[in-house]
Design a protein around this ligand. Structure first.
Ligand code: NIG
Ligand code: FE
Length: 404
């Protein structure tokens, strides 16, 4: 029984709280909200207080608002031309080495104004939000100098001010070598000595990320960069083991990274390090699928070692032009053997942990922000089952209904 009064009581649905990574089904549920925060969740029959306002959502299932913990939605132009080249047999690495790939997006992003970047990013943001996303991480990484990385991060911050979504910004300056540098070590020096201290001082980034790969930066270079970020009190993340096994994920876990992302080539040692240091594994099925990768991330090992597995869109113009996080849930199940329950945990509570937001986001529990979505479905597995379509019927952000 709950006999406290509340500002707003939401009812007329079944709910999954996702606490501890499990559904924890509550049939005929109700959620009490005060000041945008959940004050109680339980069975409607157990609510005996007074509510200033009540909303009957009229059926369906409520989940925590979806959290997309890895995206690159701020960019100058799309790369559908490279998609055509890949269909004709060119590989992602070949395209990157011949000046396309990330370098191509760097060019268009540097040329674009903030207003233009904003307009383009909004199209992706609105699609993700319409499909249930209430929190989104956005990386820089297509500017690769102070001026343009700052520009990208400002655009990301502004998106969060203009739309009902929480935006977490990540500085991904160590994404690729910019054309004006011909030596990766010198560029890393610039990032450590100049760029990161300014980004930290201006509070433009909530975290720092890099790309540890043969076509990007070595584990030694990335370690220096991440250590500098840690000294500036910025949380760490890393793109690692996407195309080859370099041990970047282990190194980042040992530095206390919040998450390591991609992980197709991660080894057992990498997984053990993630388990030991509480690092989240972020799985990105969109890039795996688009690049026709055949090496699967070590899902069974991650599961056996109790490493929390988050799932994200990796929405970007090159390797993962994804506009639906729910589609990633389906791919994680169909391609990697996730259960639908794991897939939902991957876009709620584990995604919150990957962003360091687990105290305020990711589950329907008292004390957390009242971000939730009501879906027009008869069982939670349908969230992973349907490919595309419009499933959500109500979207509540900080206790206020904000349908998209
Ligand atoms: O997460 N892996 C590196 N970075 C992005 C790809 C960016 C791009 O191709 O533009 C990724 O897949
Ligand atoms: Fe990425």
């Amino acid at each position: 029984m709950y006999n406290q009064n509340c500002q707003h009581l939401w009812y007329g649905f079944h709910a999954v709280t996702m606490q501890g990574g499990h559904y924890n089904v509550i049939e005929d549920a109700a959620i009490a909200v005060d000041e945008g925060v959940i004050s109680w969740v339980g069975s409607f029959a157990d609510f005996s207080g007074q509510a200033d306002q009540g909303t009957d959502l009229g059926g369906g299932w409520v989940t925590p608002g979806l959290i997309d913990c890895h995206s690159h939605i701020v960019f100058g132009a799309n790369r559908s031309r490279e998609f055509e080249l890949r269909l004709q047999g060119a590989s992602y690495e070949e395209i990157a080495r011949s000046g396309g790939g990330i370098a191509n997006t760097v060019k268009s992003t540097r040329q674009a104004s903030e207003a233009e970047l904003m307009k383009r990013a909004e199209l992706l943001l609105l699609d993700l939000m319409a499909d249930g996303v209430t929190t989104l991480e956005i990386k820089s990484g297509y500017g690769l100098d102070l001026e343009n990385e700052s520009k990208m991060l400002r655009v990301a911050r502004r998106l969060g001010e203009q739309w009902p979504v929480d935006i977490v910004t990540t500085c991904l300056a160590a994404h690729a070598l910019p054309p004006e540098f011909n030596d990766a070590d010198t560029y890393i020096d610039y990032l450590c000595d100049t760029l990161l201290p300014v980004i930290a001082e201006q509070k433009l980034a909530d975290a720092v990320d890099g790309f540890c790969e043969k076509i990007a930066f070595s584990p030694e270079q990335i370690k220096r960069y991440l250590q500098t970020a840690a000294e500036l009190n910025l949380p760490l993340k890393l793109h690692a083991e996407q195309l080859s096994a370099l041990g970047g994920s282990r190194m980042a876990a040992e530095l206390g990274a919040l998450s390591v992302d991609h992980l197709e080539y991660a080894t057992e040692d990498d997984v053990k390090a993630m388990a030991e240091h509480g690092t989240v594994a972020v799985i990105l099925p969109g890039a795996y699928y688009m690049l026709k990768e055949t090496q699967q991330p070590p899902i069974v090992l991650l599961r056996e070692n109790n490493v929390p597995m988050a799932l994200a869109s990796d929405a970007n113009p090159g390797s993962s032009p994804v506009r639906s996080l729910r589609l990633m849930m389906n791919m994680a199940c169909s391609l990697f053997g996730f259960t639908p329950e794991e897939a939902l945990a991957g876009v709620t509570c584990h995604a919150a942990r990957a962003l360091g937001l687990h105290d305020s986001h990711g589950t329907l529990t008292p004390g957390k922000q009242a971000d939730f979505v009501c879906w027009n479905i008869e069982s939670p597995a349908e969230l992973s089952y349907w490919l595309g379509g419009r499933l959500n019927k109500a979207r509540v952000k900080r206790g206020v209904r904000r349908d998209i």
